[in-house]
Design a protein around this ligand. Sequence first.
Ligand code: DQA
Length: 150
Amino acid sequence: MANQKKPRNVLVIHGPNLNMLGKREPDIYGDMTLEVINAQLLELGKKQGLTVEVFQSNHEGNIVDKIQEVAGTCSGIIINPAAFTHTSIAIRDALLLLDIPIVEIHLSNIYKREPFRHKSMIADISTAQITGFGPDGYTMALEGIVKMIG
Ligand code: DQA
């Protein structure tokens, strides 16, 4: 057992409307598509020797289902709950099932935007939060998780 390495797998969850990146409010979210962001994460995961799974849904319940599915098998999670950040107790409760690093990420700086975006339902249960770095935030989050899980 001593020499056996723990499996290292990270789940990246993208919430509603993030599938429209590239077309969606590019002045706020930039012009990089989700496909490109995901490809960068998979590539970085490969370099770091860990498995990265990406998941996007526009539906709150599907995100809850996905979090429940990986509970107990995943070593870290990166989540941009998008609009659900500000509303979803269900996603918060699902994340509370996990005993692994959770990185909350936002492309835009949510604290510089409308007041309703200043409240995150998951900030106080996340290990770290990255907000306002655009797509670079995702690779920063993955590098941070790699350091956390060793
Ligand atoms: C977002 C910020 C949210 O307020 C918004 O609803 C999103 C994207 C971001 O990445 O900046 O859909 O999470």
